[in-house]
Write a protein that binds this ligand. Structure first.
Ligand code: UT7
Length: 333
């Protein structure tokens, strides 16, 4: 499915970014104390060297508030009129996490809702946020991806524990025009419930994942969605300056880039430092690479993700000039 902006020329434009990572870092070496694994296996099969883990005192809502506050501080001064929180790990089954996050950000009264689409959640949330703007329902929307995925695996399962980390990232969108830097292009989204059992968790500590089957689907779906999003934006694949794929496994993202013919130096990554942070992964990578200079204003940027559901998505934007915010700038690695 491709979501096109409703009113010709009107678009949702990125005008702020924020990111948050818990201070506690768990390295691969730390994991070998309790799991039958090695740093070499984890690095070579996934690209991951460490992950940030939230303690019991840091909820998904806490991470979301910190990333959202950064996006508001770093964005142009606007009044936020809606909030979407993409998460697979809400603080409670009911109520949703977003209304409490909104209130803690001083935004009581605005529409605020959660959205669950696995690791594709941030792109689904961007699409709905952009839709609110395109229809004129609101003029600004804060979109946050926040997850504590490290809580999902069985702590004794070496096949899933090393993969996941915690974090949150946010983009602030405002109403603008499609020809501005920062304007989101059409969003390609899809799902396939026949693969629902491939990644599933009935509760924290009970994650099941068929890794190799998920790997195959992830490469196929992200490559196809990326092509579709580029075409919908009127781009050739050669036009892509920066590919920002969901960070699940560096071998998956390398395959996606190869299928698209995107040179390695244009495919950005931070999985070594963060592991798979679910709905937070794309905004975290955007924030880190904008902060360290790998992503510059004017870069034609393609975002793509794949996750539980199965779900997938992709979209485009020309990276705008923003004041950047990433925890690395605030002294964290
Ligand atoms: O966010 C979207 C959702 N998630 C993903 O996209 C993840 C997709 N899948 C993957 O990233 C990879 O499939 C994994 C990283 C999960 C696994 O890598 P793999 O290369 O597909 O390995 P495998 O599952 O085929 O396992 C190969 C071997 C097995 O041993 P045997 O049966 O060959 O003796 C595993 O038991 O590696 C073993 N193994 C490990 N060994 C050391 C699995 N996990 C570990 C480990 N340490 N942590």
């Amino acid at each position: 499915m491709t979501t096109a902006p409703v009113a010709a020329g009107r678009a949702a434009v990125v005008c702020g970014i924020g990111a948050e990572l818990p201070p506690h870092i768990v390295t691969n070496a730390d994991l070998t104390a309790g799991l039958d694994t090695t740093d070499e296996w984890i690095r070579s099969r996934t690209g991951i060297a460490q992950r940030h883990i939230a303690g019991a005192d840091l909820s998904t809502g806490d991470l979301a508030v910190r990333a959202g506050a950064q996006a508001l501080a770093d964005g142009q001064p606007v009044t936020v009129e809606a909030l979407v929180v993409a998460t697979t790990t809400p603080d409670r089954c009911c109520p949703a996490t977003a209304p409490a996050v909104a209130t803690r950000l001083g935004l009581t009264g605005i529409p605020a809702y959660d959205l669950a689409a696995g690791c594709t959640g941030f792109l689904y949330a961007l699409a709905t946020g952009a839709g609110l703007v395109a229809t004129g329902t609101v003029r600004t929307v804060l979109v946050i991806g926040a997850d504590r995925l490290a809580a999902l695996p069985n702590p004794e399962d070496r096949t899933t524990v090393p993969l996941f980390g915690d974090g949150a990232g946010a983009l602030l969108l405002r109403q603008g025009s499609a020809d501005e830097a920062g304007a989101l292009g059409p969003v390609v989204l899809g799902s396939d419930g026949t693969g629902a059992d491939l990644i599933r968790a009935s509760r924290p500590g009970a994650l099941h994942m068929d890794g190799s089957e998920v790997f195959r689907h992830a490469v196929d779906r992200m490559a196809t969605a990326s092509r579709q999003a580029a075409t919908a934006a009127g781009w050739e694949l050669d036009d892509i300056d920066r590919l920002i794929p969901h960070q699940a496994n560096s071998r998956i993202t390398a395959f996606v880039a190869r299928r698209l013919g995107v040179p390695e130096d244009r495919q950005l990554s931070d999985i070594t430092e963060t592991g798979n942070t679910g709905a937070a992964s794309i905004p975290l990578l955007l924030a880190r690479s904008a902060a360290d200079g790998r992503l510059k204003p004017g870069h034609r940027t393609l975002l793509t993700a794949f996750g539980a559901g199965l779900t997938w998505g992709a979209t485009t934007l020309t990276w705008p000039s923003l004041r950047n915010s990433h925890p690395t700038e605030r002294g964290r690695t």
